[in-house]
Design a binder for this molecule. Sequence first.
Ligand code: GDP
Length: 315
Amino acid sequence: MRIAVTGGNGLVGNAIKAIVYQYPQHEFVFLTRTNCELTSRMSVLTFFSSGDNRFDYIIHLAAKVGGLFMNLDSNVEMFSENIKINENILFACKKYGIKRGIFCLSSCIYPCNPSRFPMDESMIHESPPHHSNEGYAYAKRMLELQCRQYNKAYGSEYICVIPVNLYGPYDNFSIKNGHVIPAIMNRFHGEKAKKDGKFTVYGTGRPYRQFLFARDFAKIMCDVLLDNKYDNTEPLICCNDETTIKEMVGSLADAMDISRDKLEWDINKSDGCMKKTVDNSKLCKYYPDFKFTSLQDGLKETYKWFCDNQTTLRQ
Ligand code: GDP
């Protein structure tokens, strides 16, 4: 099969590049801003109408994304850009005969006050998301709705996968806009040089989060798309164990060789959503033998990559 991967330069796009050797009978083509601007209908149609750009399947990763503090600042853009990207991609998929695909959502689109924890795949639209990221969340909820409608109307097989907080090499390490792991890694790395300084973490450390190594997620997506084990088109949650921000930052400090005694908490900064635990029983049913990378190993590998790629990393 020939597979288009949107968001080819991002965290997950690069994680797919690292594992394509495991799928030698398929050809993956990675789309980036340089070959196709996904917010522009004209650019998308120009790209997909070219005879060189015919695809059987798609993995749609591209989105405007950011951590808690970026979402708080730019809910308007998060909604508008993501709606445009998804609308254009789905339109092109239908027009150019892409019958099957994986479409990436996120567990942060889930209700912030759900009727129960852990939340499963049926609860995406149950009640409003956390106000901090409602622009992103509603745009992604609409992607789920649209995939369902396309499948029903046109017989496509568009499957929405729902990862938890992803991290790994090639992340966006922006201190201001990044997600918690890359943002803190970058900040602490800069502060390490200062002798005897404290390392400040935002919030109370009490929120719970589930973290997933991007390469694990890449593998799950490619398997769901290609191995025929996943025999339906319903959304699928992809996650590993849950931890508190405090425990995660402790492990990150260990990976960076920083003493945990030097961590301090700025409780005047937002905690965001306190808990958004999702349930991976469906994933475990279809992939009972999947081996997840431990948070400790994933953080060590990410920090090594971060140190080795100082001149080119996104920040
Ligand atoms: P979220 O999981 O969608 O809320 O997004 P993040 O990946 O940005 O994680 C936010 C959580 O990490 C909140 O509980 C923040 O209080 C906490 N946190 C602690 N320090 C930082 C930081 O430097 N950057 C970010 N983005 N979050 C931080």
